[in-house]
Ligand binder design. Structure first.
Ligand SMILES: Cc1cc2nc3c(=O)[nH]c(=O)nc-3n(C[C@H](O)[C@H](O)[C@H](O)COP(=O)(O)O)c2cc1C
Length: 180
């Protein structure tokens, strides 16, 4: 199984990014987690541009999404909402064939952020993704440096929980809702 990890923060010291890197580092055998690095290169969504064909950066993202068995999304909350960079990326995917029925799991680098969780869930459901139910993984990394966050995520309890969370998501992603 190959999962694509998408981070809603462009901050160099992003705790959400460190969390997704830990998911990649601790993935159990048979599961690969790759980080999507192209968020900052995406142009601002404009249906007029989309009507003339996807810009290369968007086409690249859509290919990565289409080729993944599922998406893992970690995002901060900004002013009780979804960060613009992440919403922009999602808007580019709304009309594509890559996103419907795509398994998606939200993971959280903060114990706060109830609004962004709710907004993201609503947006992803509206985009016809198959959203993993419940809060799959949560750890409070707010205010931590990357080194401090990494140290917390490399502790045996966190590592084991990441492995179990990924195995659970892999089981969820392997269910084909259109068969049987
Ligand atoms: C512009 C801005 C707005 C924010 N608004 C909220 C908010 O509404 N609720 C919240 O819980 N945290 C809020 N935060 C805090 C971030 O969500 C928090 O620092 C998060 O851990 C940052 O993620 P990162 O380390 O991946 O960049 C805000 C931060 C910024 C920069």
């Amino acid at each position: 199984m190959r999962f694509l990890a998408i981070c809603g923060s462009l901050r160099a010291a992003s705790t959400n990014r460190v969390l997704l890197e830990a998911f990649a580092r601790h993935a159990p055998e048979g599961i690969v987690v790759e980080l999507f690095e192209g968020m900052a290169a995406l142009p601002l969504f404009n249906p007029d541009i989309e009507a003339c064909g996807r810009p290369p950066a968007v086409a690249g993202m859509a290919r990565r999404v289409g080729g993944a068995d599922g998406l893992i999304v970690a995002s901060p909350e900004y002013a009780h909402g979804i960060p613009g960079v992440l919403k922009n990326a999602l808007d580019w995917l709304v009309s594509g064939f890559e996103i419907p029925h795509k398994p998606v799991m939200l993971v959280h680098a903060s114990i706060r952020g109830a609004f962004v969780r709710e907004h993201l869930s609503e947006v992803l459901r509206t985009m016809s993704t198959r959203l993993h139910p419940g809060s799959a993984f949560e750890i409070h990394l707010v205010g931590k440096s990357p080194a401090e966050a990494r140290e917390m995520l490399d502790r045996p309890e966190a590592r084991d929980l990441i492995r179990r969370t990924l195995a659970d998501f892999a089981a969820f992603a392997s269910i084909n809702p259109t068969s049987g």
